[in-house]
Write a protein that binds this ligand. Structure first.
Ligand code: SF4
Ligand code: SF4
Length: 99
């Protein structure tokens, strides 16, 4: 999956360095998931009917549908659970992250 370019946050050194509006250009992300996700979605690909509801509703666009089966990019998934909530066949389970 092609991901946006990363731009790390840098503490502004003076008032002029504070951003007006967005902190980085569109097509950039500030960083990958820093480990604060407590649950991760796991897709039962055998049960999945490829309706793509999860793909369409994921607010972060981290579900890749380019292959035969869906793949979640866990570097960017925040674990919000919307995909699991919206999967009508119930084939996405939110699994607690291990340390
Ligand atoms: S948990 Fe949220 S961010 Fe992660 S794949 Fe599901 S909808 Fe997208
Ligand atoms: S919503 Fe559920 S059934 Fe539909 S594509 Fe996603 S995982 Fe598969």
């Amino acid at each position: 999956m092609n991901r946006p370019k990363l731009k790390q946050w840098q503490e502004p050194v003076n008032i002029d360095a504070y951003p007006v509006g967005s902190t980085c250009p569109s097509d950039h992300l500030t960083s990958i998931n820093a480990g604060w996700r407590t649950y991760r979605p796991v897709i039962d690909t055998d049960k999945c009917v490829m309706c793509l509801r999860c793909f369409l509703l994921c607010p972060d666009g981290v579900i890749d549908k380019s292959g035969e089966k869906l793949v979640i990019d866990y570097d960017y998934c925040k674990g919000c659970g919307i995909c699991a909530h919206e999967c009508k066949p119930g084939c996405i389970e939110m699994v607690k992250e291990e340390k």
